[in-house]
Structure formats: C-alpha cells, structure tokens
Design a protein around this ligand. Sequence first.
Ligand code: KIV
Ligand code: ZN
Length: 519
Amino acid sequence: MAYIKIFDTTLRDGEQSPGVALNTSEKIEIARQLARLGVDVIEAGFPIASDGDFQAVRAIANAIDQESNKVVVAGLARANQKDIERAAEAVEKAKNPRIHTFIATSPIHMEKKLQLPPDRVVEKAIEAVSVARSFVDDVEFSAEDAGRSDWDFLVRIFTEAVKVGATTINIPDTVGYMMPWEYGEMVRYIHDRLPNIANITLSTHCHDDLGCAVINSLAGVKNGATQVECTINGIGERAGNASLEEIVMALNTRKDFWEHETGIVTRELYRSSRLVSSYTGMVVPPNKAVVGDNAFAHESGIHQDGVIKALETYEIMSAETVGRNAGVLVMGKHSGRNAFRKTLAELGYENLADDKINALFKQFKDLADAKQSVTAEDIRALVDAETAKVPETYRLEHLQFQSGVNMTPSAVVRLRTPEGDFEAAATGDGPVDASFKALKTLTPLPFKLESYDLKAIGSGTDALGEVSIRVNSEGQIVHGRAISTDVVQASVLAYVDVLNKLAAGVGRLRVHPQKTTMP
Ligand code: KIV
Ligand code: ZN
C-alpha cells in the first residue's frame, strides 16, 4: 500500500480566508490538534508576513516538538533571501523543519506580477532552493499557478529545483481553474519526466474556485502524487482549499479502490473540524461531507427504515470512524475532580496545566447544574474555549435582560475593568442587540461587528449555545466566542472575549468613565 502524506495548511493558506485572524495561542492549539490527528506536515505560517506570524510559527515549532516527533513543521517563503532566512529562523527549533519556497510560473503571473522573463524565474527558483537547503535538508518547491503554466516549463523548473536539493515538488492549481482529468494528466506528465522521482515527494495543492479541489487532488494521487496539501473544513483563500477530511475519508473508505493509506487518526477528524470552525468563526455548512451536521442524519422514512435494519444500507462510513460519537458521559454534578481529570485524559487532554483543570472543573460543575447531561462534546467545547483564553482584563459581572411579546427588549450589563466596575443599560431590537448596545457605551472603541453566528452544541433545549462574533477594529480583525446554556449570556461573553483580545493585542482599550452610569 502506498503511503500518502497529508500536508495541512490550515494555519497558512486556511488563515488567508477572508475575515480569519487567529492569535498565537489559538494557532498552537490547532497545531496540537493537527499533531493528534496525525498529519505529516503542518504548514505553520508565512514568517515574513509580520512579527506575529513569525512568533506563531516559532511557537508552533517548539510546541509540536513536545506533541509528536514525527510531524514536520513548515514555514512558507517567497523565492528570495530575506523570506527564506526568516522562515529558517522561525522553524529552526522544530525537530523536523521544512522550508517551503515558491515562485509563480504561469505566463500571466511572470509577465504581469513578477515582470520577469521565464529564464530569470528559473534562476530565482534555483537560488531560492539552494539558499533554503543551506538551512535545512527538507525543502519544498512550489510553482505558483502551475495550473495555468506551460507543462514543459514546469518540468524544466522542477528539474532544476530537484538538482539543487528540493525534496518535495508541489503543483498548485492556485486559482482553482483545472478540471480533474486535466490536473491528473499534468501530474502524470511531470511525474514521468522528473529526475530521481523515486526519492521525490510529488505534491498536490488545489483550490476550490470551481468546486474541484478535492477531486483534483485525488486525480493527482491517482497519477503519482504522494502528498496532498489541504485544510481542515477546506478553508482558505476565496473558495478555499481541498478539504482534508474529505480527501482522507475518500482514501480510507475506498481503500479497495485506492490501495493507499494515510497516517490520519480518523476519529480525530470531527474534533479537528469543530476546533477550527470555532477558532476561525467559519461555520461548517450542515450538508458538508464528513463533518457537516447532516452528514450522518437520515431523514426520509425509507432511509431510516434501512439504517435501522442495517447501517450499511445507507451509510458508507460510520459516524464513530470520524469521531462523531458525542456520547453522554456518566458524569453528574456529584462527580469529583479526579473523575473529571480522568475524563479529560480519556478525551485526549492529558497535558493540561493544573490551573486550567481547576477552571474547567468549575465550569463543568456550573454546566452540570444547568443541564441534565454533560456530553463529551460539551466537555470538548469547554476545553477549546478555555485553552485559547487571553488574560481577563474585562469580566462580565452582571447581566440582566428582558424581552417578550409587545415589549421593548432591554438589558443591563455590568463590567469589571482595570479602572473599576461600570454598568450601562440599553434597549434594542432583541436582548442580544440591547446587551451589545449597553456594552458599546461602556467600551467606546470604534469597532464594527462584521458577523455573528450562533450554533447549538448537541441537541435538545438544554444544549450549549456557542456564539462566535467577528469584529473589525480599525482594520484589525478580532474573533470572540463563548459558550453557555443561555444564548444571550454566550453572546455577551463573546463580546467580552473580543474586548479582552483587543486589550491583550493592542493595549489601547479603555472604558470611558463619562459614559457610564456607575463607578
Ligand atoms: O495556492 C498556491 O499557489 C499557494 C502556494 C504558496 C503554494 O498557496
Ligand atoms: Zn494555495
């Protein structure tokens, strides 16, 4: 069976999704989960992009070391000395560092964007790979917009890259333009002409502009690619990248067809999807394959009858295989700290610090008081929210709201701040709107709410509500999220999360005492 490497670029190409901006601790948590998921390569970021990106890649390189000693941590660099040096510095602490360098090869990109003749592009690729090889043994070279490039030119530039030490050759369909047969044929063309192909990893990297990212990647695998670049939930630039979970489950469910395997621990897929969705604020559509809410739901009577008699009648893979067995835990409000710690370990959270466990235990107790049964999914949501928390500069002290038929919704909010406690009241179009208006008078920082999403975790009227909001504060995108059995409270806590992130990130958020009603 051939081994197909899974190269995850959620933290680099995925983070290029419009409106997504992950902070370093969120990136580290996602990277840890990717290591648990068993990906072969984590592309941790584009270190030259900003100091924050550089620090995040560095932190991931360190963190992953403790999580797994087989995962490669890659940093992206354009084909120039400065980018490559910065990427090298960012990944230097990784056990298995990779530098991924790229240059565009399509006529339109070379002429219009780079304004370089093809010969010069080849020279720059050779220089870039050589410089990268002076830092690390593992160098990936990509031809940006390969999908619209001349195939013989690709063979030429890839051959030169291999000669100076590239170990992985990546063939991106950067603009999601290719059809599966065409992409497969191109991969085969390159595969059959590259020198030393037995020792080179040939890789796919497909975008989803025409909805073909997954099938194009699979066509690449069918034609000799042994690495697939993809993202959790398929997030990424414009329409996104190939979706990791779909590729993995296609290879896994149809092993009879592929005779290929990956190192992915499939029961971690759902958790990875939830984590990425919750941290990026990018909601997974209900009908999304493998991880969507409806992916294993059988609605029609005929189908329901079938699955009751035998699951395989309509299910080609089981929900458990991808980790969707939310399972009600036999833990109640009387469960002790040790039992809770044991449960966390069973769910895969073995390395949580004591202060985090204490904070989580308190939240678990509150939750067990508020709802009948606490599920594995609930616990995971608590852990995910807790682990990415920033220091608590602002805290919700009090929230009271009123709404109903034939009345104006209103809310009173009290906030603890470094300057003291402040309270404000407001009316609005609903209790969430009223609460946000009250909060706005307490924290008059100019930010615009760009999106608000509410999702139930589990089912039933006592389900936890997860609220995820995205704000734009003078060009800076910040996500806030929170969970609670009360959706208004979850909304307000998500707002407070934004305030804390702004305070931690820019330190210029101050409550206006003049606008408050109470010191
Ligand atoms: O889509 C693309 O071409 C890329 C490269 C940087 C690999 O993301
Ligand atoms: Zn890309």
